[in-house]
Design a protein around this ligand. Structure first.
Ligand code: DAH
Length: 426
């Protein structure tokens, strides 16, 4: 993903501002306040198999050892472990919880008693559910440990709420909204964070619904009407457009963009569910639409929140600006501490990835890391070796940082990347 993100940033700066994580779009191009450190929400082993068990089990706890297993393929860090069970989407006065509720309200108003809500399914799921059951190809980049957190080879931190589609269909739910925290290894900037929140929506139809119309066309029309209504509910009268897209789980697939403050912003991905997913999990004779949206993205646009790290702050100056049920709040910056930039240059090895670099930086600097940006790269004409120079921006949202503090962080970053990433510092 690192290469793709860099390429996107160069080719289309706008995409970077609120870019969808490039997880599925890679294929499209081919086609065209921390949880308690020692106890977090978890599913039981049994809970991994059915929704009711998983939901019931979500309140039990999982020790650090069970998440950071020591298995050679485990790539979950303490920084990530500390986010499991925080559940910002369950806090009614937090911007993420407010957006979730606003979407619920829309669906309840449009279709009373129709959509069942799931917002406590545990984020640890089988790789099978996360990928296979939604038809993610065996060689798809999203399966790489460079992009996804693995607990062990068969178990992941879900990288999208689509991981629950199949189990909820099997559970007999024909219309549902499923919200939760999702985890992705990624780069560091104002709109990317390794944990964020998604909502998945699915609605299943049968012959009585499409009543003689072509079923796919019917589902597509229904889907677009529903989501245009949702965008209007959240953003008021805005201009919208549909963009053809690619997702493994839908055909056809679309992205909805809205024109907001002078820019086209992508707000969600959706489509008509692949028939194979329905046929595997339901009896024959159904059609469905599905969508997935990122709650941080919507909240950042709607509430004018400039940096994704703010969602995780415990600072009351942030939290007290929002009220349950109020979509009209606009974030007012309470402090502007200057960023401090530090560069690090090194000769890369074949194994080097930007996501690994970012994981190291986050592990050391936590939310003080604001951005990690490739500012220079060159290949030595004689040796053929490639050198990258990254600029790390350090900044706290809440306080000023001292030089000593930043220098200590940077020194630790330097020595850790030299020892852990197999690169040679310059
Ligand atoms: N799972 C996708 C993602 O994480 C979002 C998505 C797109 C979900 C299309 C859907 C869908 O259900 O139909 O980016």
């Amino acid at each position: 993903m690192a290469t793709l993100r860099v390429a996107l940033a160069v080719a289309a700066p706008r995409c970077r501002v609120l870019a969808q994580r490039g997880l599925w779009t890679q294929s499209r191009q081919q086609l065209a306040a921390a949880a308690a450190a020692n106890g977090v929400a978890r599913p039981s082993r049994r809970g991994l198999t059915t929704v009711s068990q998983a939901a019931a089990a979500a309140v039990t706890t999982l020790s650090r050892d069970e998440v950071i297993t020591g298995h050679p393929s485990n790539n979950v860090t303490d920084a990530i472990y500390s986010k499991i069970g925080v559940n910002l989407h369950l806090q009614p006065t937090h911007p993420i919880g407010i957006i979730k509720q606003a979407i619920y309200d829309y669906f309840d108003k449009q279709h009373p008693d129709t959509f069942k809500k799931f917002d406590n399914l545990a984020p640890i799921v089988s790789a099978h559910a996360n990928f296979d059951e939604v038809l993610v190809p065996a060689d798809h980049v999203s399966r790489s440990p460079n992009d996804t957190y693995y607990v062990d080879p068969d178990t992941v931190l879900r990288c999208h709420t689509s991981a629950h589609q199949a189990e909820l269909l099997r559970g007999g739910h024909s219309a549902f909204l499923c919200t939760g925290d999702v985890y992705r290894r990624d780069s560091i900037d104002a709109t990317h964070y390794p944990v964020f929140h998604q909502m998945e929506g699915v609605r299943v139809f049968s012959a009585a619904d499409w009543a003689g119309q072509e079923p796919t066309a019917y589902a597509e029309t229904e889907l677009k009407r529903t989501l245009e209504g949702l965008a209007q509910h959240l953003f008021g009268k805005v201009e919208m457009r549909w963009i053809d897209a690619y997702f493994p789980f839908t055909e056809p697939s679309f992205e909805l963009e809205i024109f907001f403050k002078g820019e086209w912003l992508e707000v969600l991905g959706c489509g008509v569910m692949q028939q194979q997913i329905l046929d595997k999990n339901l009896e024959a004779g159904h059609k469905a639409w599905a969508f997935g949206l990122g709650l941080e993205r919507l909240a950042m646009v709607l509430f004018d929140i400039p940096d994704i790290r703010l969602f995780w702050t415990a600072d009351q100056r942030f939290l007290k600006q929002f009220r349950a049920g109020d979509l009209s709040a606009r974030f007012k910056s309470y402090s502007k501490f200057p960023p401090c930039y530090k560069d690090v240059a090194f000769w890369v090895s074949d194994a080097f990835t930007e996501n690994n670099l970012c994981e190291v930086v986050r592990g050391i600097a936590g939310d003080l890391a604001e951005e990690v940006k490739l500012i220079d790269t060159f290949t030595h004409p004689k040796t053929g070796r490639t050198s990258n120079c990254y600029r790390i921006a350090y900044r706290s949202m809440d306080r000023s940082l001292t030089d000593d503090e930043i220098n200590a962080l940077q020194e630790e970053v330097r020595s850790t990347i030299a020892s852990k990433l197999g690169v040679e510092l310059r």
